[in-house]
Design a protein. Structure first.
Length: 78
């Protein structure tokens, strides 16, 4: 189901005396493109692994089945 916006432009508060406007006149677009770009970036520079390195794992080491880095490749439970 495709979402429909009724507003063609949405204006935000100015930033350093410059107007900030969002336009919704791009035609039919996909929201999946961001996921494709993120996946390609992850393969190129190991983005998710690097992000996982930013977390401190406070779990009990004796009970850990999957490290944070490994969980990125694990499919989500239905």
């Amino acid at each position: 189901m495709q979402a429909e916006c009724s507003a063609e432009r949405f204006e935000f508060a100015p930033v350093e005396r410059r107007s900030v406007v969002a336009g919704f006149d791009g035609g039919v677009i996909t929201s999946d493109a961001g996921a494709l770009l993120l996946g390609q970036t992850d393969r190129a520079i190991g983005l998710v692994g690097r992000l996982a390195g930013c977390f401190q794992d406070a779990r009990d080491p004796d009970l850990i089945e999957h490290e944070v880095r490994q969980m990125k490749d694990r499919p989500a439970d239905p």
